[in-house]
Design a protein around this ligand. Structure first.
Ligand code: ARG
Length: 464
């Protein structure tokens, strides 16, 4: 691909060709060619606008549009020859256009610079990924969680604090907790999109252009909400990419926490869920192994995303206005994050739609660890015992349970009454797991009925 004899657009000012290594070092075409569609769409809009204000004739415009359509076909059929000497996707396509159509092709770059062109392309690319892949996949994962929550509204598991058994909860409630995080993520993504969808085109190199351009025209053509308000900012702002990477970091942080739970739950120590053979791998040496690769990889990939966010912040922190070549470094972390996020969401949506629960094991785990101790204390308080005394009474009952390896619900009424005479024979209604979760029947509570309502509301909140 490297060919230092290809004529650069700036040869007028230069006496020597580019050093061969510098040419390869400075080229971005290896990674920015994925924006070819956006680059062509931007040029199409620009050409139409130039014709509408009389800078191009209608004939020139049509020749340009035809040439660009042909080039798009060549790229899609894999016939296009990308050249490192032509540095990036923008110059590659422009050069090909000029080779194809001559004079009119040379006029396309009137009133435009690669600086506003690249900023426009990246925004268009990110917007398309958000709209066609990332937001829909996120929604699909949310739906899988909501459906699972609805189905498992009554399934009991122990809830933890400090990873120690705390109180019984329903599995559905637990899934909806993850959905709440993803719901905020999806709202944040929609908000981030607003700032992605601002058009730099027309900023030209940095100061705008002397041609009578119509920026509202191009913004409309390209589906942008508006042209940027300041040309210097337009060519140099990469906040939108930082914002997307921050969004991705927060979302992957959530997915990584979730992964950690799934990894624990699939271990033989927990044995609560089965992720399905098609989402796991075995070991080449230990025949018994079934490894939770998907959640492990998602947890691992979270580090990459945080790294991309750091890269992007560092790329920007020292840059004076306006465009600097540093900005070419924005693409790899951004593209990698887009690919990574899409992959994580897709695999999770598929995996969660077919996860299987080992309900009996979860229930047994909830019975171990005195998860209804708070319920007994609350029961005593309702029967007139001050909370601190109730806490003490239950503490003693738990100590007996530890000693004799029994749950509170497995003790006799007489034994329990030995700790407090406020205990009556209805106490077992409260010591059961079902009694415990069923009693937490308020907004945000874990009771099965509440979970069903919450799942319904969560489905209504899903962003289309
Ligand atoms: N390939 C460049 C980038 O990715 C395009 C803009 C180049 N502009 C310039 N003045 N050298 O940022």
């Amino acid at each position: 691909m490297s060919d230092t004899t290809v004529e650069k657009p700036w040869t007028g000012r230069f006496n020597e060709p580019t050093n061969a290594f510098v040419e390869a070092f400075g080229a971005s075409v290896g990674f920015d060619q994925r924006m070819y569609k956006q680059d062509i769409a931007g040029s199409v809009a620009h050409a139409k606008m130039l014709a509408s204000v009389g800078v191009l004739t209608d004939e020139e415009r049509d020749t340009i549009l035809e040439g660009l359509t042909e080039i798009e076909g060549e790229i899609e059929r894999g016939e296009f020859e990308w050249s490192i000497a032509l540095e990036d996707v923008h110059m590659n396509i422009e050069k090909r256009l000029t080779d194809k159509i001559g004079m009119a092709g040379k006029k396309l770059h009137t009133g435009r610079s690669r600086n506003d062109q690249v900023a426009t392309d990246v925004r268009l690319y990110l917007r398309a990924e958000i709209d066609t892949a990332i937001a829909p996949e996120l929604k699909r994962l949310q739906l899988a969680l909501i459906e699972l929550a609805e189905r498992e509204a009554e399934t009991i598991m122990p809830g933890f604090t400090h990873l120690q058994t705390a109180q019984p909860i329903t599995f559905g409630h637990h899934m909806l907790a993850w959905n709440e995080m993803l719901q905020r993520d999806s709202e944040r993504l929609a908000d981030c999109r607003k700032r992605v969808n601002i058009m730099p085109l027309g900023s030209a190199a940095l100061a705008g252009t002397t041609y009578p351009i119509d920026r509202d025209f191009t913004a409309r053509e390209l589906g942008f909400d508006m042209p940027c308000r300041n040309s210097l900012d337009g060519v140099s702002d990469r906040d939108f990419a930082i914002e997307f990477l921050s969004w991705a970091s927060i979302m992957l942080m959530h997915m990584s926490r979730f992964s950690e739970e799934l990894i624990l739950w699939t271990s033989s120590q927990f044995d609560w869920v089965d992720l399905g053979d098609s989402f796991c791998t075995g070991s080449s040496i230990m025949p018994q192994k079934k490894n939770p690769d998907v959640p492990e990889l998602v947890r691992g990939k979270t580090g990459r995303i945080f790294g991309s966010l750091s890269s992007m912040l560092m790329i920007m922190k020292g840059q004076p206005l306006a465009y600097n070549k540093d900005n070419q470094e924005d693409k790899e972390p951004l593209f990698d994050a887009i690919d990574t996020v899409k992959g994580c969401l897709k695999v999770y949506a598929d995996m969660m739609a077919q996860i299987e629960l080992k309900r009996e094991n979860m229930r047994e785990a909830a019975l171990r660890g005195f998860s209804t101790a708070t319920d007994l204390a609350d029961y005593l308080v309702r029967n007139g015992v001050p909370f601190r005394d109730a806490h003490e009474v239950v503490g003693k009952a738990v100590a007996l349970g530890v000693e004799t390896k029994r749950d509170l619900s497995e003790m006799s009424l007489e034994e329990l009454q030995g700790f407090s005479d406020a205990i009556k024979d209805d106490v077992f209604d409260y010591l059961t797991l079902e009694g415990s979760v069923g009693a937490r029947d308020h907004i945000g509570g874990t009771a099965p009925e509440r979970v069903r309502c919450a799942a319904k509301m969560a489905a209504e909140l899903l962003i289309n």
